[in-house]
Design a protein around this ligand. Structure first.
Ligand SMILES: Cc1cc2nc3c(=O)[nH]c(=O)nc-3n(C[C@H](O)[C@H](O)[C@H](O)COP(=O)(O)OP(=O)(O)OC[C@H]3O[C@@H](n4cnc5c(N)ncnc54)[C@H](O)[C@@H]3O)c2cc1C
Length: 507
């Protein structure tokens, strides 16, 4: 046995690093260690270079300034000023596309919508006011509500309670929009949830919309700045962040956590372990002990979110991405109903690749962070089984299929978003479910961990405090902001409320 720690954190992604920083607010920084299997921290959040091009894996964050202040770290962020998302609604039959920019503030977005859809003016106003009020109710939620908190929550969170079992589409229908384009425009926010509006919890999509409409940002020097800055801060405080260090097992005795076993055979002791690893993996592969209680039954039942493609394009300097309006965070190119149809295919482990029905997002990091021009395309959902099997068994076919996918998506972008794009492409690269499996450590290459369906979101979510004493998980919701909050929640639970008094978020 090596040194005994009080807390071991598995994974140096945003959740793991934030948990350690929250710990250091209260306790001795040398009593916690962060173990990361990769050579660098960050997990899903990183920046990488290829052929002189720099690409980010992530694209947008809401205002996290209070969290950075709390951790006493500085990361320079650029705000998307005029609009932060654009919806490209394509009509493949006519070969046309309608573009809807989504303004960078709730008031401007609401005013634009009322101007464009006057027949729905009242419903639009009502929608934004309702979502804002529902979002503000989050301030009254507790991470682990006790019986005495329930009357207060019932009184102060009526909208959250009324909508907690609804999908985003069921929620949208309550507002009776007359023009179907209003519904389609508001459905853009489902893309942030990584799940179609027909399936995703209303609470997640509506509140993520309000949060990002308060301000959407990107780190000036790329997303890698996030994990690197958090890691440096931890090390300056005396906490070890050990990379190239894979945890193979979480050890328990009499239903209590006792430490971890590393891949190199070493053991580390601790009575508290936080796992930021894929939830299914934590329970089915890392734990040396399986319980038969309700919690473990839920773990077995929950579905993990899909994987996707990230297509990285390096472009020549003859293209003017600024002039094409790419100085925003996120561009969704879709056809009506395509996102849900793509999930129908995913249910059958098929990839939807059709000229009449498609859904993707395009992001341009280089306009905000400078450097050689780049475009990144995200496609979700992509069935994991086929891509992982191809990667493992037939590298030639895997490479061919990757090229087919790259060509298809470049073609769609060229048709509806970036004229003559293919002429400017000088570099291509694609991350598939096999890449995400390798990099994040989820066997299905899942990008967002647990599927945020109503039956597993909010009050129904698999709890962060597990039924193994001393073992916690951080995946209460996906995203950089929720992952930072998850770290605070865990230390708040451990300390009996000393970080945020049992509240579900630091505000
Ligand atoms: C393509 C993509 C785009 C996204 N875009 C955005 C965005 O624009 N904005 C946003 O807010 N969110 C975005 N997200 C979501 C966000 O990045 C994640 O929700 C968040 O970063 C998750 O952080 P985490 O620490 O929980 O998990 P992870 O980032 O997955 O970190 C877990 C860490 O654990 C390590 N690990 C795994 N197994 C082991 C083991 N056995 N031993 C040791 N270490 C291990 C992994 O290597 C990894 O570093 C995106 C995610 C993806 C995949």
């Amino acid at each position: 046995m090596e040194k005994k720690y009080k807390l071991i954190i598995i994974g140096a992604g945003i959740a793991g690093l934030s948990t350690a920083l929250a710990w250091n607010k209260l306790y001795n920084p040398e009593d916690v260690i962060v173990l990361e299997k990769n050579p660098i921290p960050g997990g899903c959040v990183t920046t990488f270079g290829r052929d002189g091009f720099r690409f980010d894996t992530t694209q947008i964050i809401p205002d996290v300034s209070n969290l950075l202040e709390f951790f006493d770290v500085e990361i320079k962020l650029k705000k998307f000023d005029t609009y932060y998302v654009r919806l490209f609604l394509a009509n493949p039959k006519k070969g046309t596309v309608k573009i809807f920019p989504i303004a960078s503030s709730k008031e401007d977005f609401q005013d634009n919508m009322i101007e464009n859809f006057p027949e729905d003016g009242w419903a639009i106003k009502n929608f934004f006011q309702y979502c804002q009020e529902m979002h503000d109710e989050l301030n009254h939620l507790k991470t682990e509500p006790k019986l005495r908190h329930i009357p207060g929550i019932l009184l102060k969170c009526p909208k959250i309670i009324a909508n907690s079992n609804l999908t985003y589409h069921q929620f949208l229908r309550k507002f009776n929009f007359k023009n179907p384009e209003v519904f389609q425009l508001l459905d853009t926010f489902s893309s942030f949830s990584g799940l179609s509006g027909d399936r995703c919890a209303a609470l997640l999509t509506a509140c993520a919309m309000i949060t990002t409409l308060k301000g959407a940002y990107r780190p000036e020097k790329g997303f890698i700045q996030f994990p690197v800055t958090l890691k440096k801060k931890l090390e300056s405080q005396g906490t070890e962040v050990r990379t190239h260090c894979e945890v193979q097992q979480i050890l328990t005795k009499n239903g209590k956590v006792t430490g971890v076993r590393l891949q190199n055979g070493d053991y580390l002791q601790a009575n508290l372990v936080v796992s930021t690893v894929d939830t299914k993996v934590t329970f089915s592969e890392l734990l040396d002990f399986q319980k038969k209680d309700k919690y473990f039954r839920k773990v077995r039942e929950i579905k993990i979110s899909p994987s996707g493609f990230s297509i990285h394009l390096g472009l020549d300097d003859k293209i003017d991405l600024n002039a094409l309006g790419f100085n925003c965070g996120y561009n969704v190119l879709t056809t009506p109903g395509a996102f849900e149809k793509a999930f129908g295919h995913w249910d059958r482990q098929e990839l939807m690749m059709s000229n009449d029905c498609f859904h993707m997002a395009a992001i341009c990091p280089s306009v905000m962070t400078s450097g050689k021009p780049t475009l990144v395309l995200h496609v979700v959902p992509v069935p994991s089984e086929k891509w992982i099997a191809l990667y493992d068994s037939d590298s030639k076919k895997y490479s061919q299929e990757k090229l087919t996918a790259i060509d298809f998506y470049i073609n769609k972008l060229e048709q509806y978003m970036v004229p003559e794009l293919s002429r400017h492409v000088v570099f291509t690269d694609i991350s598939t479910p096999a890449t995400y499996r390798r990099y994040i450590g989820s066997p299905t290459g899942s990008q967002y961990d647990m599927l945020p369906v109503p039956s597993n979101f909010g009050k129904n979510r698999l709890k962060s405090r597990t039924t193994i004493k001393g073992l916690f998980i951080t995946k209460f919701s996906h995203g950089i902001w929720p992952s930072m909050q998850a770290g605070l929640q865990i230390v708040d639970m451990i300390s009996g409320g000393k970080i945020m008094n049992g509240n579900s978020a630091l505000r």
